[in-house]
Design a protein around this ligand. Structure first.
Ligand SMILES: [Ca+2]
Length: 296
């Protein structure tokens, strides 16, 4: 039997330790980098100004009774009081009720039919301030049977300067934006028709007033970009802001004859791009309740 005794000098032991420790340090650095990359979306959520998944409302509540869950700066989702019975269930022109996106939780629903329910629904009043460049992301589901001849207001942001308001309306057979300098179509009419398919879609706006930015995404795909927009609205998204959903453009038109609800869920207002996130894929249509309608 041959025995080999290895005795290292101090210099050799130091070299051996370096051989062992250096890869360990490198591995630790790599692991820390990976953890930071994985956690970055969580840190990035710090840019969120306000969000609401609409799930915290009590049973079939009217939006007027709802308080946003995570920001004292926002007062409430507010709707008019018009109601109707749809499929034996009382619904409001604006309500937060089940089901929500994906068939669970709740969503904001805007019931429309015939010539009524033309007032504002789903307004959100903001008393914060200091935001001049923002992203607004939400999911929307528009039934195929929802009117394609009736103009409506989708969203409106109020600003502190210039024209003081920015509209996104269904106008000219598509979604268009207006802030005092003429209508600008965000989609072609065929692209809008594709959006009105009864499935959930992720919609996101980027509004940069001082940075002259207007961008618009559907399902994470950039559909419109203007990096030199000459905004008529200026200043900040501050003071009182309204987000009207679904009221008519001129208050004289007619909706489709049968009751249909446009739905909105998973609303996020942020200073950075939000994107579709998990579960971004189109979710199969949840049928709207059929039935006899009785106006209140
Ligand atoms: Ca929800």
């Amino acid at each position: 039997m041959i025995r080999i005794n290895i005795q290292q000098t101090g210099h050799e032991r130091e070299s051996t330790m370096r051989i062992i420790i250096n890869p360990m340090l490198h591995l630790c650095k790599t692991l820390i980098s990976l953890v930071l990359i994985i956690l970055w979306p969580i840190f990035a959520n710090g840019a969120t100004i306000f969000s609401d998944d609409f799930d915290s409302c009590t049973t079939n509540c009217n939006a007027t009774t709802t308080t946003p869950p995570n920001s004292a700066a926002w007062t409430q989702w507010h709707t008019d009081e018009t109601s109707a019975t749809v499929g034996g269930v009382k619904h409001y022109s604006g309500e937060i009720s089940s089901p929500g996106r994906g068939g669970t939780g709740k969503s904001l629903k805007l019931w429309r039919a015939n010539g009524v329910f033309g007032n504002y629904s789903g307004s959100l009043v903001y008393s914060g301030g200091g935001v001049s460049h923002w992203f607004m992301r939400f999911y929307i589901k528009i039934p195929k049977a929802f009117s394609s001849s009736q103009d409506y207001k989708l969203w409106r942001w109020n600003t502190t300067g210039g024209s003081g308001e920015i509209y996104v309306n269904y106008y000219g057979n598509t979604w268009s934006i207006y802030d005092g300098k003429g209508w600008e179509a965000l989609l072609s009419s065929s692209q809008y028709s594709a959006l009105r398919d009864g499935n959930w879609h992720c919609v996101e706006f980027e509004i940069g007033l001082a940075t002259s930015i207007l961008r618009f995404w559907i399902d994470g795909v950039l559909k419109y970009e203007d990096t030199g927009r000459n905004w008529a609205a200026t200043g900040q998204l501050s003071m009182t802001q309204h987000f009207p959903l679904g009221n008519t453009y001129d208050h004289t038109g007619k909706w489709q004859s049968g009751w249909q609800a446009m739905e909105v869920d998973d609303f996020v207002l942020s200073t950075t791009y939000v994107g579709p996130g998990a579960g971004a894929a189109d979710i199969p249509k949840q049928p709207n309740p059929p039935g006899n309608i009785l106006l209140k």
